[in-house]
Write a protein that binds this ligand. Sequence first.
Ligand code: BES
Ligand code: ZN
Length: 862
Amino acid sequence: MTSATVNREVLPTNVTPLHYDLQIEPDFKDFKFDGLAKIDLKINDENTDFIKLNTLEIDIHSVKLAKDIKPSSIEYNKEDQISEFYFPKGTMAKLAGSATLEIKFTGILNDQMAGFYRAKYVDKLTGETKYMATTQMEPTDARRAFPCFDEPSLKATYAITLISDPTLTHLSNMDVKSENVVDGKKVTSFNTTPKMSTYLVAFIVADLKYVECKDFRIPVRVYATPGNEKDGQFAADLTAKTLNFFEKTFGIQYPLPKMDNVAVHEFSAGAMENWGLVTYRVVDVLLDKENSTLDRIERVAEVVQHELAHQWFGNLVTMDWWEGLWLNEGFATWMSWYSCNKFEPEWNVWQEYVTDTLQHALALDSLRSSHPVEVPVKKADEINQIFDAISYSKGASLLRMISKWLGEDVFIKGVSQYLTKFKYGNAKTEDLWEALSVASGKDVSAVMNIWTKKVGFPVITVKEDGNKITLTQNRYLSTGDVKAEEDETLYPVFLAIKSKDGVDNSLTLNEKTKTVELKDSEFFKLNSEQSGIYITSYTDERWAKFGKQSELLSVEDRIGLVADAKSLASSGYTSTTNFLNLVANWNKEESFVVLEQILNSIGSLKATWAFEPEEVRDALNTFTRGLVSKRAHELGYQFSNSDSFATQRMKVALFGAACSSRDPIVEKAALDMFAKYVEGDKKAIPALIKPIVFNAVARAGKPEDYERLFNIYKNPINNDEKLAALRTLGRFKDSKLLERTLSYLLDGTVLNQDIYIPMQGMRSHKEGIEALWGWLQKNWDEVSKRLPPGLSMLGSVVVICTSGFTSFKSIDEIKKFFNTKSTKGFDQNLAQSLDTITSKAQWLNRDRDLVKDYLKKNGYSK
Ligand code: BES
Ligand code: ZN
């Protein structure tokens, strides 16, 4: 064992699994399931006479080894979720290296969206309340569904059999081997899977219908409960297209005989990449394209491509332990943008990556409580917390950085060699670097190890002296208070200096400080195309110059400058004036992505100022209107199919920003649309701006409109509309209405899976932030019971309910509350939330007056 593996709490390796024969029969009356597991084991140590494997909330009825050997005792280690079977001394020595362990058991068909669980829904055709039985195993809930060696490197093959009422559909990772009716029950046996990890096992027993796409070698389907399946065609077609593309890109065939996608009614994540049987939250796979926003269309496309990328990254080649989770999630994230960019070049997803993925990565990684990409994890309840922006977004950003450094073709070649070498096995981060080094001839590990093993990223400070620039790196913290001992890492930084002559890709900053001589310093910018993971802090004069040089900068550069200027302002590296002047100068910005970044950045300033006096917040709205109103009026909000994607996005962004900054003309237009809509004119609100219109209605705050939106939630035209209405319910500021919305969170009106949606609406205004926190304290016992710490949802809820605050006083209050509670399963999330509040509180303390004066001096307030 290396020092890194010493701390892992793993099963003993005296026996390891080779094959599981599983038989499962759900009972929809008692919400239980009967199971029979026959596990073929390899005996690695004949001198031990015990077998330890994972189980959770599983009732074991009988255990037999090699047909007839019974354990002399059975124990359960609750803390580690391990069942221990002790056999008579000398048992293993007699078994010649292998044996089958047979376990009969009963599990709970639970309502916690984990393991083998029940998902409740209302049948669209009959109106009856029904259940589907489905699985969610990742990261460590396979042990709720069957006794197993629940670790990613203990790969085995699976032969699964499902038993139920004959009217129900049976699905699993593989195709059907045989289907029979025995004693009035349907018995379906599936073919044996390739070698795979426990967290990818899946089976479903439910009333399902499907649509299909025939453009791929093997059957590609989308399943949904009857009446919903038609909306699966978009995902089915995209699945076929994506599988074709990935097979060609990697030069490795998708190895299973079919690919099913299933829309699941209650689902804790967005989607899950089970091999051959991807499961989804309904809204992330079914799409009513005519009645959806562009965001929804892009989201479904992203999710489908992400889960399909996992069929290679994760399923075929798996991280050897959860520490390598980023290999799964970072890759799937990068890969989904890569394929999306090939399929829909108009969407310019790599530009959006800079506003989206990169900024998420930087935001989390600028907190003291961030963690390295490769983070040691010991226990089940620590694992769910690393499904975060570090594993996904920083992971993907690192891959983008390497792919730019090596060149995309070389990168893909190395990746494909890595996949080929480790297929059906497990790999470590080091194995990927090795393959990329071979493909490129460059020493990839030397550069990348620092980026994956160390927390954080640097801010590069630029000092100018004529044509000479001096660059210095320091760890960046959004609280701006980095201590010497936190600032010891020297990150290898690709400088990529852009000038009028092009980009110089030859320079790296490996040291603390370096001076570079430019030919001409009239125009230069570091981090060309924003491919590196760092923030650049320029002089005040340079920021002023950028404001006038927008035509020399690419879209990615402009997004990066806006985002960096805001980060530097909030952490105190440079004045907030630089940021405000920069965006004020770019009020004719033509790229919708840059505009979105400008609006996001102003949004985070506004969120920090949420508890400040009305007049300052009004002035910030006036400032925003100065950027968007005129153009919102000119471009208008009629949408036509002949509009390009970019024009549509621009119109949506302008309309949204004008509305939220209280432009009276646009606001009235929105309210008129809503009035017509509720009178029955279903075309009155263009689908692309429906959520914005709903928000405008909530901002106006009429109780009768709350009722109308609630009715839309109850009887929507589609799922997207349902959730848009639900989110909006949280935007009403009246205390009675807020209370009403909060009461829906626990009384069954809102599904557990959707609990965070109205919360997001509330988190956008100060009355809501306060109400949410009050609610969480009052209902803590119930909330923590409903969202067990094994799921990532409790952590998300804690973050949503606390991170909206902006003062040190709130930090004390939050700390005090959690002092007496177990923070198991969300301690990281909580620490991150508190760091976020700290950085806002410091920004306010520093720049409260400055911002007020700026707004006054420039005519945005009196
Ligand atoms: N493997 C994850 C699902 C998951 C997340 C399982 C957390 C267990 C805990 C899946 O591939 C995933 O990442 N889904 C994302 C969607 C994606 C487009 C970012 C999700 O669930 O939001
Ligand atoms: Zn994923």
